[in-house]
Design a binder for this molecule. Structure first.
Ligand SMILES: Cc1cc2nc3c(=O)[nH]c(=O)nc-3n(C[C@H](O)[C@H](O)[C@H](O)COP(=O)(O)OP(=O)(O)OC[C@H]3O[C@@H](n4cnc5c(N)ncnc54)[C@H](O)[C@@H]3O)c2cc1C
Length: 474
């Protein structure tokens, strides 16, 4: 049984939970090798599976940006600066407000389009690289303003990380974003509703189960420890990782003595890390900045999109000049304009370009810049982090669970899939969506589909309905 893989992710081998051992002995962490032989799970085989692998996707190289230790909002500002009024940048990583979200990406597209309009003469040719929400939003604004716009996209579809799959599923499933976060701060929910896309309120009160399947009351100990550590970090001279803040503030000193449910205080810290910190950033606490770790993920006014997030792009994309399946691998500019080279060897020229490719793509240097990007841009690309969150969607013949809860979480181990959304009460369909984040997602990204499915089904075992006979025997 895999346990506490969080410990394995720390560079020093010392960890928050190892510190808890100062209070009482903690179990010795053991490595959890990727399964070589598949153990059949008690959970029935699903009828349909859809798995994502955003870290190996060459046009994403991760799921969303996060504030790595030492990164600041100024790095996002720097990344969003135009170079010589020719090369402009947009995309969620450049968003100071709500980075890592759909609304942040869209706002960045509007900002970049506005900056182009400030310097471009009427009718100029503007190329936009990337047909995600940032690129399509910028393109629509510039077309409406009378510019000659072409959008160049590496994939054979628009949407980028907004990746709705409608065929073969009873309702459109989302392989990228599912939620509109903080609907009181933006109008995305209203726009989707106007477009005929259904959304449902999603209050994130989870049902929490132990690995043995016992339903337990969520403890606030872990959340309090993280909040205390971040408060402590805010008073320090320099940024440290969330992990270091937990240790040095003393907030990680939680008992590891199990109670009657087999859970200790330190299990609740691990729970907070697994179900919140890692899921919201795609990064381990040893990677995350204690100063700038945001809490964009969960809010009481979140809504879950049921009817197809990608609908948001369709009307803006309507009538745009799109070059799909076209990978840009070189961007050169001078006083006269911009030249883009495609993977096919062809070139495109424009007066100006807006690059909306994800931070992960910029970090792999898949695009060559001539001249090289200014130091401030390179510094920002290196400083910001690209987190990993992957999803698995499973459709079953019938529910094997008997809980009505929409949100399922697991406490007591660093489960590969610590968070599940039960679509049954939302849609009437026996469909589950699980998420795996940070180093667990990176490890699972290397598994083949059978191994990946096996890991997902094993993670679901705590939610197996208890047979009636077992209940009456108690
Ligand atoms: C699993 C997952 C879950 C998420 N959950 C949520 C959520 O619930 N709510 C939320 O608000 N946000 C969520 N997000 C984040 C959200 O999806 C992104 O912030 C947003 O979609 C980013 O939009 P973008 O336009 O900046 O980038 P992208 O959508 O990535 O667009 C960039 C485009 O550039 C293209 N491209 C890349 N390289 C090249 C190249 N060399 N040449 C040409 N084109 C190229 C890509 O193919 C892509 O289409 C999630 C993301 C993931 C992956």
């Amino acid at each position: 049984m895999k346990r506490r893989t969080f410990l394995l992710g720390t560079a020093s081998g010392f960890s928050v939970l190892a510190l808890a051992a100062c209070v009482s002995p903690a179990p010795v962490p053991t490595a959890s090798p990727a399964p070589t032989t598949l153990t059949p799970s008690l959970v029935p085989q699903p009828l349909a599976v859809s798995r994502t692998n955003w870290s190996t996707d060459p046009f994403s190289r991760g799921s969303f940006s996060y504030a790595a230790v030492g990164a600041t909002p100024e790095h996002r500002v720097a990344l969003g600066q135009a170079v010589d009024a020719r090369v402009f940048f947009a995309g969620e990583a450049t968003a100071v407000d709500a980075p890592g979200t759909v609304q942040g990406a869209r706002a960045s597209g509007l900002l970049a389009a506005g900056r182009v309009q400030d310097v471009a003469a009427p009718g100029e040719r503007i190329t936009i690289v990337g047909a995600g929400i940032a690129g399509i939003t910028a393109a629509r604004q510039l077309v409406n303003a009378g510019y000659d716009v072409v959008v160049v996209e590496a994939r054979d579809r628009i949407g980028g990380r907004i990746d709705t799959v409608s065929s073969d599923w009873p309702f459109p499933i989302e392989r990228g974003p599912s939620f509109v976060h903080r609907t009181s701060d933006n109008f995305l929910d209203d726009e989707l509703t106007t477009l005929g896309v259904s959304l449902l309120p999603f209050v994130r009160t989870p049902e929490v189960r132990t690995r043995a399947g016992a339903v337990v009351e969520v403890s606030t100990l872990g959340a309090e420890a993280v909040a205390g550590a971040l408060d402590w970090a805010a008073d320090q001279q320099q940024d440290v990782s969330v992990e270091r803040a937990l240790i040095d503030s003393g907030e990680a000193k939680l008992s590891s003595t199990p109670n009657a449910d087999g859970l200790s205080d330190s299990d609740w810290l691990e729970y907070e890390i697994a179900t919140k910190l890692k899921v919201e950033t795609g990064a381990t606490p040893s990677q995350q900045s204690a100063w700038y770790t945001t809490d964009m993920g969960s809010a009481d006014d979140d809504q879950i999109v049921i009817g197809g997030y990608s609908t948001l792009l369709k009307s803006d994309a309507d009538g745009l000049e799109l070059l799909l399946s076209s990978v840009v691998n070189r961007v050169a500019h001078d006083d006269g304009g911009v030249s883009l080279r495609l993977g096919t060897g062809e070139s495109l020229s424009a007066d100006r370009v807006i690059l909306t490719v994800p931070l992960g793509v910029l970090q792999t240097a898949a695009i060559e810049f001539s001249p090289a990007l200014p130091f401030a841009h390179r510094g920002a690309i290196a400083a910001l982090g690209m987190g990993v969150l992957d999803k698995v969607w499973l459709r079953f013949d019938e529910p094997f669970w008997d809980t009505e809860a929409r949100l399922w979480t697991i406490v007591g181990e660093d489960a590969d899939f610590p968070v599940w959304v039960n679509m049954m009460p939302l849609t009437g369909e026996p469909i589950l969506m699980g998420v795996v984040a940070a180093e667990n997602a990176t490890r699972l990204s290397e598994l083949d589909d059978d191994e990946f499915l096996s890991a997902a089904l094993t993670a679901l075992e705590p939610f197996l309905a208890v047979p009636d006979a077992a209940v009456s025997d108690e």
